[in-house]
Design a protein around this ligand. Structure first.
Ligand SMILES: C[S@@+](CC[C@H](N)C(=O)[O-])C[C@H]1O[C@@H](n2cnc3c(N)ncnc32)[C@H](O)[C@@H]1O
Length: 393
């Protein structure tokens, strides 16, 4: 007798995991931690199982109304089948997808075609209230990019990529350079980069291409003294420190001490010496101030799809209030002629253009140094970002 395919019982396990997460989707912005804990508790899972379930769960969250609708029928296996079909084809998902979607067509490139195949409503995949915040998100190709697994980008933190490329090749990981930025590489493998020598030596950092482009395109003048006012764990601080060169310096501040500790570890790993961590409130003046503001994260919906379902218009209004306060707090630290850079990973007009318009109206001593710009996830296969470069006159 043929042994049953493991994919059949994996389908049941996926449904169990999904139903454990489902009640928390609308309320828990930290759902990825909950998902991580859920998978860690299941001692019977190996690392490949965990990769499979993670991919399936993220796919289901990305397409939540479609999956919910199938689970509400008397053939819930349809939910497994649809999730398997929509999931990315990776080493971990291949056998599972082959079992559950035998005879199904290739997954089409656009959400509209996928919806047609599943007799589903494409518009249901984004909250309707978001249309007035970012109409472009509802249109192809941005809409398609938002419903595709986010790629893994790294930033080279060395002028010599040879040891990085050699190590990746030895591990069987292929990479693809970003056509728009020489320091950015897409890793085309399910790689745990934190286990590499390149990572341990600080030769690479995991950083979305969109985040990299934001600073690379500003090309801050070398040798300047900058404040990274909302540095977090320092994704942009490290990049800024390299762009400014060894005669420039960055003061990195955040209200989260634990994030600043992590920043210190990353800077030490990369032997970057021109970063000073400021736990206390910054003062004095700077050639440039970066405000990478806390935001609703709507630009990260492809990477963090649960945020689509727990973000509300009120979340956005609250973020915009904090963003205006942060500009008021840190803009006075820009010296005359200096730069003020406001950035978010939000696609909402209310957190982006509206915040900047209100700030400029209240502060004639600042002017736009260049047009503000929005990076849509479809532009270069990234998360979505907004950046407004301002100057103090
Ligand atoms: C978008 S995250 C920063 C990400 C970081 N720049 C990076 O590239 O990895 C926003 C950060 O602002 C911080 N923050 C919130 N309120 C703040 C305040 N009043 N002053 C400084 N930082 C603040 C948060 O703790 C959070 O780390």
């Amino acid at each position: 007798m043929d042994r049953p395919s493991p994919a059949a019982s994996q389908g049941r396990s996926f449904l169990q995991l999904f139903s454990a997460l489902r009640p928390h989707v609308a309320t828990d912005r930290n759902l990825p931690s909950r998902l991580q804990q859920l998978l860690a508790r299941e001692k019977r899972f190996g690392s490949r199982d965990r990769r499979l379930y993670r991919e399936l769960l993220y796919t289901a969250l990305r397409h939540l109304p479609w999956i919910d609708a199938r689970l509400a029928t008397d053939t819930p296996d349809d939910a497994i089948r649809a999730t398997a079909w929509l999931a990315a084809d990776t080493a971990a998902t291949r056998a599972f997808r082959a079992h559950w979607t035998a005879g199904w067509p290739e997954v089409p490139a656009t959400v509209a075609e996928r919806a047609r195949h599943l007799s589903a409503d494409p518009a249901a995949l984004l909250p309707a209230w978001f249309a007035e915040h970012c109409p472009a998100a509802f249109q192809s190709p941005a809409f398609d990019a938002l419903h595709t697994r986010a790629p893994l980008w790294i930033r080279l933190q060395t002028d010599d990529a040879t040891p990085v490329l050699a190590e990746f090749e030895a591990r069987g990981w292929s990479v693809q350079p970003a056509p728009v930025l020489s320091t950015a590489l897409e890793v085309l493998a399910e790689a745990d980069l934190t286990t590499t020598d390149a990572y341990a030596r600080g030769l690479i950092e995991i950083q979305d291409l969109g985040s990299q482009l934001l600073l690379a395109r500003l090309s801050p003048a070398p040798a300047g003294h900058w404040l990274d006012a909302c540095a977090g764990a320092g994704g942009k601080t490290l990049q800024l420190a390299r762009l400014l060169g060894t005669s420039g310096k960055v003061d990195a501040h955040d209200i989260r001490a634990s994030a600043l500790d992590e920043l210190g570890t990353r800077a030490a790993r990369a032997r970057i010496a021109n970063i000073r961590i400021l736990s206390a409130a910054p003062s004095g003046t700077y050639d440039g101030v970066l405000i990478d503001a806390p935001c609703s994260g709507t630009g990260t919906w492809r990477r963090a799809p649960h945020l689509k379902w727990c973000t509300t218009p009120q979340t956005i209004t609250n973020s915009a209030t904090v963003q205006r306060q942060l500009l008021e707090r840190y803009a006075p630290l820009v010296s005359a002629g200096g730069q003020l850079v406001y950035a978010t990973c939000s696609l909402s007009r209310q957190e982006n253009e509206d915040v900047i318009t209100a700030f400029l109206a209240a502060h004639p001593e600042f002017t736009a140094a260049a047009p503000a710009s929005m990076l849509l996830p479809s532009d270069y296969n990234t998360d979505g970002y907004f950046v407004a470069p301002l100057r103090r006159v």
